[in-house]
Design a protein around this ligand. Structure first.
Ligand code: TZP
Ligand code: MG
Length: 205
């Protein structure tokens, strides 16, 4: 998939374990990123395969963070890459396999670099302060989403991430994002499934 405003859902939970996918899928999530930071080798492949199985069961578009080689090996359909991943990723191979690639951006040069790869979507973050990931960039604010929308034009999907909560999600959509992503407001919440339902309602998904 290339440029299209179409993303699977307005909410985009990012999870660190495959087991979340069944839980959040049962609550209605259809667009999830699997972001594993503590596994390698066979354990990593197993986690990705478990995630893809759960995603298939719920008709979820599952996006694999970082591990594009493993995504190819496991038959994933979508990956998410940071700027550092772009240095090594075989974009030709990903394209040949029909894999949609979402790319993180934090400033204008990164945005231009991302767009040169004709990505499936670009992500902008952090919108608010986040403690989940150490970042070289400070909070961008929702105004920056509007700036990104103006720069990327109407047809490129835009994802907002970083410090976003249920209460903050609608402002990201209003500012120009097509989908709103979060880690802690889903998987560190006391009621993750309930939170998915509330996010779906708040974003009219
Ligand atoms: N990329 C930009 S901010 C971020 C990532 C992966 C972390 C988002 O986590 P949270 O808990 O939703 O702020
Ligand atoms: Mg990465």
């Amino acid at each position: 998939m290339t440029s299209s405003r179409h993303l699977p859902q307005r909410i985009y939970p990012v999870v660190d374990r495959a087991s979340w996918i069944d839980r959040l899928g049962k609550a209605g999530a259809r667009f999830i990123q699997l972001r594993i930071k503590d596994k390698a080798g066979p354990e990593l492949l197993e986690e990705i395969r478990e995630g893809l199985k759960a995603a298939n069961a719920h008709d979820i578009t599952l996006v694999i963070n970082d591990f594009w080689r493993e995504a190819l090996e496991c038959g994933a359909t979508h990956v998410h890459l940071g700027q550092e991943d772009l240095d090594t990723a075989d974009m030709k191979a990903l394209r040949a396999a029909g894999i949609g690639v979402g790319i993180s951006t934090h400033d204008v040069p990164e945005l231009e670099r991302a767009l040169s790869f004709a990505p499936w979507y670009v992500a902008l973050g952090p919108i608010w302060p986040t403690t989940t990931k150490e970042m070289a960039f400070g909070p961008q604010g929702t105004q920056r989403l509007t700036e990104w929308r103006e720069r990327i034009g109407p047809d490129m999907p835009l994802v907002a991430i970083g410090g976003i909560t249920l209460e903050r999600a609608p402002a990201c959509l209003a500012a120009g994002a097509d989908s709103v992503s979060a880690i802690s407001d889903f998987i560190r919440h006391a009621d993750p499934e309930g939170q998915v339902r509330k996010w779906l309602a708040a974003t009219h998904s």
